[in-house]
Design a protein around this ligand. Structure first.
Ligand code: HEM
Ligand code: HEM
Length: 187
């Protein structure tokens, strides 16, 4: 088991961060899409607070992921024609931008709506923007639309990973899975 990325696979740190962020995003999506329908009351307030605190945690994980990528570098480019490698690089860059934009738009919306932000009831976080109904509407819409854009890019990304695995039968998915041996490691 290797901490850093190598020429054959993503290291443990990159793998754990990748799959942890996927898991957190699923929970965030379920909370975000269901909480707005809850009847007003203490459960709704608690669910909103959980969504916001987890969202800030995801932001920290994403910053850690970007920092680690700078330190450890990426795994080597995946096999395949040049246009596919370019599409993969563009998709990955878009994913990083959307991953940052999602929690930041939520935080900006929360600030413009003049709501307090306490991370798990423990740390007070500053406002990103002054309270303003116009900005509130802009960032509310941005938070929702960025989410659906993220869903679209993630579907493309996951479809490409499965295509590599099942059709091309190469190591692209295996090298992101902790329990799976790549062809090079078997020989
Ligand atoms: C990775 C992070 C995040 C994801 C994937 C996410 C996702 C979502 C989704 C899908 C919705 C429902 C949108 C709708 O249908 O109106 C939502 C709503 C909301 N999010 Fe997030 N969110 C994230 C982070 C945050 C953060 C960090 C905050 C605040 C600090 C936040 C604050 C809110 C609020 C206040 C709403 C409710 C909007 C309303 O009442 O209509 N979100 N989020
Ligand atoms: C919320 C969902 C997801 C997000 C946000 C996400 C994000 C990312 C990002 C940003 C990278 C780029 C790594 C880099 O170059 O630094 C990556 C790589 C990767 N992801 Fe995902 N991912 C998600 C879901 C999935 C799923 C469902 C699969 C598998 C079906 C998958 C398989 C992979 C693989 C195999 C790589 C490595 C690609 C390579 O080695 O070139 N991801 N992911």
């Amino acid at each position: 088991m290797q901490l850093r990325n190598s020429i054959t696979r993503w290291g443990v740190v990159s793998q754990v961060l990748h799959w942890a962020i996927v898991g957190f995003l699923l929970v965030m999506a379920v909370l975000g899409l269901s909480m707005t329908e809850l009847p007003n009351g203490i459960d709704k307030i608690k669910t909103y607070a959980l969504h916001k605190s987890l969202g800030i945690t995801v932001l920290a994980l994403i910053l850690l992921r970007l920092l680690w990528r700078l330190v450890a570098g990426p795994a080597p480019a995946a096999p395949g024609p040049r246009w596919q490698r370019r599409l993969a690089a563009t998709t990955h860059a878009a994913l990083y931008v959307l991953l940052l934009a999602m929690p930041l738009s939520g935080w900006a919306f929360n600030s413009a709506a003049n709501f307090a932000l306490r991370w798990f009831g423990w740390v007070n976080l500053p406002r990103l923007l002054p309270a303003d109904p116009g900005l509130k509407a802009v960032f509310h819409a941005a938070h929702e639309w960025l989410f659906w854009l993220l869903v679209g890019v993630v579907l493309l990304h996951a479809a490409a990973a499965l295509k590599h695995h099942w059709l091309d039968r190469d190591d692209v998915l295996r090298r992101m899975l902790p329990w799976s041996q790549t062809h090079k490691e078997k020989t």
